[in-house]
Design a protein around this ligand. Sequence first.
Ligand code: ADP
Ligand code: MG
Length: 702
Amino acid sequence: METNVIEEVFGTDVFNDDVMQKKLPKDVYKSWKKTLESGAELDSDIANVVAHAMKEWALEHGATHYTHWFEPLTGVTAEKHDSFLSPASESKPVLEFKGKELIKGEPDASSFPSGGLRATFEARGYTAWDCTSPAFLKEDAAGVTLCIPTAFCSYTGEALDKKTPLLRSMEAISKQAVRIMKLFGYDDVKKVSCSVGPEQEYFIVDHDMYMKRKDLIFSGRTLFGAPAPKGQELDDHYFGTIKERIAAYMKDLNIELWKLGILAKTQHNEVAPAQHEMAPIYTTANIATDHNQLVMETMKKVAKRHNLECLLHEKPFAGVNGSGKHNNWSIITDTGINLLDPGKKPHENTKFLLFLAAVIRAVDEHAEILRLSASNAGNDHRLGANEAPPAIISIFLGEQLEDIIEQIVRGDVSSSIQGESLDTGVHVLPVLKKDATDRNRTSPFAFTGNKFEFRMLGSSLSIAGPNFTLNAIVADVLQDFADELEKADDFDSAVKDLIKRTVTEHQKIIFNGDGYSDEWIEEAEKRGLPNIKSFVEAIPYLTTEKSIKMFERQNVFTKAELESRVEVNYENYSKTINIEAKTMIDMASKQYIPAVIQYTTSLAESINSIKAACPAADVSVQTELLTKCSSLLADAKKALVELEKVTEEAAEKPEGKEQAEFFRDVIFVKMGDLRAPIDELEMLVDEDYWPVPTYAELMFEV
Ligand code: ADP
Ligand code: MG
């Protein structure tokens, strides 16, 4: 019998538990597992045996190199490849991989952003094996490489990556949640982990067209482009039939992801033309983060094989729905209890209500840094612009939970609204049970059954930031809760009192209405909820007294680490806009303006020749077009000169806040001024003269 492709390929490129069980001597496997579960330091003898088994397995799969795979603050993963070759013999190659090479690496930290940490400390950086995320194989033109997930830190232990704070935050929330569980009598709970399922949106365009657009190549988004005659007004793409070429791509993508042990589950078309989504089944936050990085990388790699390009930018096309990422998050004990599962009668489920109250308070108290965690330059085109989701953080709970919260606040909680049956009116269809919580697509932070869905994330972002932020802020509240409840004489009444007090004080963050409406913006202001307009504006919240206190108390970041991240954020923003501005200057001066000159010249020549041939002929159409195009051309040239000037000025600004603000307030505005006349020209100029593929071609010809 033929085996199913999923069964055949799943996890074949992963050095997972199964492989370890087979490859390691029994006692080594046992002590390895013990180390993993207890979180203790790995014994060097064990590390040597594991490294040897890992090498043997990798060699069997054709690997020649290994790399410490890590996630620096650049936003993409980094790797430095070393071959297994050891200098032991001159005549015969000896392939070696020792425990210490598995555990520790020493890439040169000076080539990665450190936000000033390097200036005060040493240039040296270390990568340390994260044994909670399995090693895997990667195949490309360079051959097969064994990738070892690692954390990256400085000589003195400061985190220079995104994994380190994520791992710290997971420990923090586990520690506090275990304390709470103990109070509820669950002495068997030793560890609690956060589970994450990220839904990833992306665009696919044709590779040949992509190569003709410098803006896509350099900045990942179109910096010019008039709207296509058909946008997404018919909404016929959403869940629509998947085109053959895309279907072939998705099939290939799934196989590659399954090989890496990634549980790629759902795929469908998204709202915009050429836009799609992929969601894996949820897993531990740490692995989910590594997997999401691999998903993004694999999406791009597989696209190229199909002569396609995958765009992960938050807003590849102006005026068209952008791409985000939904971070589904829940807290689950090592005994299998989902602490965010309300059960059938949530009003009686005190444990659930306490964890719910903790999330409500955490999100209300730290909305600013949560907003920041979902932001980058690309997401500025979505958050708070005319697109989902709004920049104001609020929590959607749904009818059932909102009703319970109201009862708690009133002080007489006695019932839960139950889901009804859904009557389709067709008897051959099964009777469907309606969920007690409806969906609200306009909420940035929505309760969806047994998890929270953080919907603000930009599509290209690492999910590490949103998750270490969420874990840390919730851990911080749980710590307060545990401190208070451990001291209580009467636990039952103390916990009820705590829930009531917390939700009463923080209910302003709960909003079940339409998050896109103007009324909500006014209402949110009245409630005192922050409405942070841009990424740059959100950055300083990382180092407010409140944030520093919280992150330090949870051992997720030191003050110095936070300060360094502020710098890195400003730098990332400035660099991004700088590249965009320079690309615009390049395209306008070398492509658009010359093309329009050619077109207007041909118009002028045609007017002249018509007049010469027939002086009485009516050339008003041509003349009007020539006048209009020439005037827009002059506007474009003027805007180009302006943009060039301010881009030079920007380079002179002191790095950090001031420069980033200049990029946002001046450069970004001038970029719009240059774009406007050129987009208008695109609607007038003969398409044979237009130097780049249009929106219609990019979005509909895949
Ligand atoms: P949507 O309808 O919003 O697309 P789905 O129900 O398909 O949402 O789930 C989206 C994601 O949520 C998937 O990645 C799924 O694995 C994840 N998910 C489901 N349950 C949980 C949970 N308890 N914790 C974290 N993620 C979860
Ligand atoms: Mg979703």
